[in-house]
Ligand binder design. Structure first.
Ligand code: GN1
Ligand code: MG
Length: 405
């Protein structure tokens, strides 16, 4: 990670007033670990390096982001019925007039949306406020989807080839279970499409010594989770087929709709923005729906070590569903019917991603020096436990969907 001194040198490339100071940003996510807050007078900015190990095609990331920002801005400016109070970050240009600078990686800077807060888990809110917040998040995703529905999904390049591809993630799990370290072992699992292969091949190979891999692979705590994931591989693949065969439509989705990326107005408690625009891509809105609900309904959060606390909060589920379905304007009945499975699939898929990453040696969700060595194992167990609970909860979820649809 860069030092604050190095970051200040990068910040000087952007058109911001002098003098400015750079501090670390605590609200960073799991991927762009170089995320800093830049303050110039009363104005604050967020500066980020797009993690090159995860996003090998940063210009694509930027192009999706630019399209999303432009669509949101245009909808707000023309007074879209849902856009009242919606806030859109702005990219800061460099002195050369570009929207990013390449300096040992691709850096971008954007305006910081003041007066808002975000949450990693609803547990950070007093109980009396949680359901309203869940309703707001559902409403927020419906608004975001509405405002960006003008984007032609076929014109958005996939920012991260292979992202949200369940089949690929399961193939990576199979490779990690084998402890593969050569092409021959995984030749039939590596994607054939060149650009997907280039972006993901690294994550098919073991990055641990054979001894360390074996210890992780044979960890008795993981056995049931590995079995569970493999048992439901076909569920995830089924959803993918429905998309590939056009039964469910593709739009330009957000791609990373966990609770943390929704900004709540500090005064009104309303959701006013959905940030982290790294993964705009053609896919189904059901993935955004699923990712949002799997992160929201698990009030214990993504890093809980006491698995007995992982549960589907039924009231939260109902509130987010109501917020979404009463605001959304363009869902087909077939898609609505699939809403419960979509949540299951994203929890399963994310569990598989964490599990495969832990088994092969943390090459994707990289650990910082302060992170516990077993973080990705914990994250995997949380998502797969949640997946189990979501399966049990399915009849209730179906009833709720029928009620609000
Ligand atoms: C990653 O970097 P962050 O925190 O925004 C990941 C998402 C996961 C999420 C889980 C590009 O998002 O897919 O759902 O972690 N983003 C990417 O916390 O892989
Ligand atoms: Mg992200």
């Amino acid at each position: 990670m860069v030092t604050l001194e190095e970051a200040a040198k990068v910040a000087a490339h952007f058109q911001i007033p002098q003098p400015f100071e750079v501090i670390d940003f605590e609200g960073k996510g799991n991927i762009n670990l170089d995320t800093l807050l830049v303050r110039a007078g009363d104005t604050r900015y967020l500066m980020q390096r797009i993690n090159p190990d995860v996003f090998p095609l940063p210009d694509r990331v930027m192009s999706g982001m630019v399209q999303s920002l432009a669509a949101q801005r245009a909808a707000v400016d023309r007074g879209h019925q849902n856009a009242d109070g919606w806030r859109v970050p702005e990219l800061v240009e460099s002195h050369e007039g570009t929207l990013f600078v390449d300096l040992d990686g691709t850096w971008r800077m954007m305006s910081f949306i003041e007066g808002t807060r975000s949450f990693k888990s609803l547990a950070e809110l007093p109980e009396a406020e949680r359901l309203r917040a869940a309703h707001e998040v559902g409403r927020g995703l419906a608004i975001y989807s509405d405002l960006t529905s003008t984007i032609d999904s076929q014109s958005v390049p996939v920012s991260l080839p292979g992202y949200r591809n369940s089949e690929l993630y399961f193939n990576q799990l199979h490779a990690a279970l084998m402890g593969a370290d050569s092409f021959e072992q995984v030749a039939d699992r590596i994607p054939t499409e060149e650009e997907v292969r280039q972006s993901t091949e690294r994550h098919f190979y073991r990055a641990l010594s054979p001894q360390d891999w074996e210890a992780r692979r044979n960890d008795p705590e993981l056995e049931l989770f590995i079995d569970l994931a493999l048992e439901y591989e076909s569920l995830a693949l089924e959803m993918q087929r429905l998309r590939e065969t056009g039964v469910i439509r593709q739009t330009a989705i957000h791609g990373d709709t966990k609770l943390e990326n929704f900004l709540f107005c500090q005064n009104t408690g309303r959701v006013v923005s959905l940030v982290d625009l790294d993964t705009i891509m053609p896919h189904s809105w059901l993935a955004d729906w699923g990712d949002m609900v799997r992160s929201l309904a698990n009030v214990a959060g993504e890093k809980e070590t006491d698995l007995s606390k992982i549960a589907v909060d039924e009231e939260v589920y109902a509130a987010v569903l109501e917020g979404f379905l009463t605001t959304a304007t363009s869902c087909t009945p077939e898609e609505v019917r699939l809403m419960p499975q979509a949540v299951q699939v994203i929890a399963l898929e994310l569990g598989v991603r964490f599990l495969a990453d832990y088994l092969r040696g943390d090459t994707y969700f990289m650990l910082t020096p302060d992170d516990p060595r077993e973080l990705n194992k914990v994250r995997a167990m949380v998502q797969l436990t949640l997946f189990r609970r979501l399966l049990d909860h399915e009849p209730t979820a179906r009833e709720l969907v029928e009620r609000f649809a």
